[in-house]
Design a protein around this ligand. Structure first.
Ligand code: ARG
Length: 589
């Protein structure tokens, strides 16, 4: 379906043309003076120079052509040359009727969908998920769903950190605690045990202990490095132990991500591409692009146009070890080989910007992907505590994601339990659902690149720009529709949206009509916050309409049915938007 704003712009363009002016001038925008008009066009101002005429004269000429418009109920030329516009009630209600009947509310699906690989989540094996990983998961999941809703083919890949020094550290610490394990016996030839020699809780304690020791004790560090190397070289016992680390850690991650309603199509890790690295490196050398510098193998990526220095990309360290960069490059190659994506998008902390700049430039220079493949890094800001500093636990430690989720669930439980209509079991489930909305909306409503303050009280409030407020609005609509049905109302699909009866109703209608353009924008800009801003306004306008209109007690059936149809469309659009953002609404709360 043509976008609402495009339709009204086309009408305006026709009027400019009919009045003898360039139709290009007829662009319509949402009014920035909603007290005066609904939409506006500033084309006459722009045309004044070209036509050597006062803008108001042009505006008058154009307005004269719009007197019997099927789109505008009024088009008023005002000084110095603006066109103030109001939409005809029948035009907007017809449009909403078409939207209600169309698939995806009329949002068009691209003829040829783009294939996109989305790299998000990025947790590290054997380390507990912390709040930094929350943002990648929450933003990534929303971006994936936005692109899919738009009609693109998206593959989500978690890109586990499963291959670096942290693995060597965990192995080293296990070898200290349980030196007799068969994994460490070079002469062992049997099968390795099914059961892991640690629980996830132990694992989460092992890594920080090992990391601390390695910083204090150079010998310990050297041992961890050697173990990392042996693991990467394919030592049978260490590989078997490493598999156990992954198994235990990934099982726990899956639980955590399921709680967040986040899921991945691929569970690749840095290790997945290990065996492809030598071939890739040989190719880079052969092409004369990778060369030795201070013992390391590097590719130059600086450009003359750079305003700040971009250091060479290190491919192999002097001991021949692969780095974070190397596995990212090999992963690009592997993704190209298997999927030929049109685009690869990475969602990480913005402090990794330089890393991705180097990786992307190297990938291009070495021809790992065709020129046409887009490589994009979406860097997000830090989640801060109320003190404006990176979010910490009460005693100053790194906040585990599972603790943060428990905290917000706890806060929500208190609020939901106070509703006497809801029994304890439903309250528990609802609290979790609303808490997730609070958490995700609190994050996604900020432009991703900005830092934001994690404020549990604000995020869980039922009022203001919050997830619970949006859910509350949805629940309110569901409740009205439920009452309408219970009172023997007609089937919702038989009802038609009629003419707006009030300003509040028309505002709500205008919001609904803007859905398609908003969704397109959110996809084009990879901007979940646009959807949040949209549903916040939609909810506000719905609530104003609700407070000024007695819907269920209305005696005029036609009016009542039109309102019910309008509520249904509002509900469907809100529900679609929150689903795309990655959360859902309960039946009541
Ligand atoms: N594991 C990394 C970290 O915790 C993030 C990985 C992001 N993805 C990537 N392809 N580099 O910082």
């Amino acid at each position: 379906m043509e976008k609402f704003l495009n339709l009204i712009s086309a009408e305006m363009a026709g009027a400019f043309d009919a009045a003898g002016y360039d139709s290009e001038l007829g662009k319509v925008t949402v009014s920035n003076r909603p007290d005066l008009c609904e939409y506006q066009c500033n084309g006459a101002m722009a045309g004044a120079k070209r036509y050597h005429k006062a803008p108001i004269m042009i505006a008058n000429d154009v307005a004269a052509k719009l007197q019997d418009s099927k789109v505008f109920s009024s088009a008023e030329a005002v000084k110095p040359g603006f066109l103030n516009l109001k939409i005809r009630e029948d035009f907007i209600s017809d449009y909403l009727g078409k939207m209600s009947r169309a698939e995806k509310f009329g949002l068009e699906t691209p003829e040829k969908p783009a294939s996109i690989i989305l790299d998000y989540g990025g947790p590290n094996v054997a380390k507990p998920l912390h709040v930094g990983h929350l943002r990648s998961a929450v933003i990534g999941e929303a971006v994936k769903r936005i692109a899919r809703y738009h009609g693109e083919k998206v593959i989500g890949d978690i890109h586990l950190g499963d291959w670096g020094l942290q693995m060597g550290l965990v192995i080293t610490e296990v070898s200290k605690r349980q030196p007799d394990l068969c994994y460490f016996d070079p002469s062992y030839e049997g099968e390795y045990p099914e059961e892991a020699p640690f629980t996830v809780t132990e694992l989460e304690e092992i890594y920080p202990t090992a990391s601390k020791k390695s910083k204090e004790d150079p010998e310990y560090y050297a041992e961890a490095m050697a173990n990392t190397h042996r693991l990467q070289e394919g030592d049978r016992g260490l590989r078997a132990l490493w598999n156990k680390i992954i198994e235990v850690s990934v099982a726990d991650m899956k639980k955590n991500y399921a709680n967040l309603d986040v899921d991945f199509d691929l569970w690749w890790g840095e290790s997945t591409v290990h065996d492809t690295i030598p071939g890739m490196v040989a190719d880079m050398k052969e092409k004369g692009l990778a060369y030795e510098s201070n013992g390391a193998l590097v590719v130059d990526v600086a450009k003359e146009s750079d305003t700040k220095e971009i250091p060479p990309c290190i491919i192999l360290k002097s001991d021949g070890a692969a780095l974070y960069t190397t596995t990212d490059l090999a992963t690009i190659s592997e993704r190209e080989r298997l999927y030929h994506p049109d685009e690869i998008i990475y969602i990480t902390d913005k402090r990794q910007e330089l890393h991705f700049q180097q990786v992307f430039r190297t990938a291009r220079k070495c021809g790992l992907v065709p020129e046409s493949t887009e490589l994009r890094h979406i860097g997000f800001g830090t989640m801060n505590g109320k003190d404006g500093k990176p979010f910490k636990t009460r005693d100053g430690g790194v906040m585990k994601l599972s603790d943060l989720i428990s905290d917000i669930n706890e806060e929500m439980r208190g609020k939901i339990a106070s509703n006497p209509e809801i029994g304890p079991e439903e309250a528990e489930k609802t609290a979790k659902q609303v808490a997730l909305a609070a958490l995700k909306y609190g994050d996604l409503s900020n432009q991703a690149s900005k830092d934001y303050i994690f404020d549990i009280e604000r995020f869980t409030s039922f009022e203001g720009d919050t997830g619970p407020y949006i859910l509350y609005t949805i629940v309110r609509i569901k409740s009205i529709l439920g009452k309408y049905a219970a009172a023997g109302g007609r089937d919702l699909s038989d009802l038609r949206i009629g003419l707006a009866q009030s300003k509040a109703e028309k505002d709500l209608m205008a919001d609904l009509a803007a859905f398609g353009a908003m969704m397109d924008n959110a996809y084009a800009e990879i901007a979940p916050h646009r959807i949040c801003a949209y549903i916040y306004q939609l909810s506000n306008d719905f609530n104003s309409f609700y407070h000024s209109t007695k819907i269920l007690s209305e005696q005029d059936t036609q009016k009542k049915e039109s309102w019910i149809a309008l509520l249904k469309l509002t509900l469907d659009i809100l529900s679609t938007c929150i689903d795309v953002l990655g959360f859902s609404a309960p039946e009541r709360m």
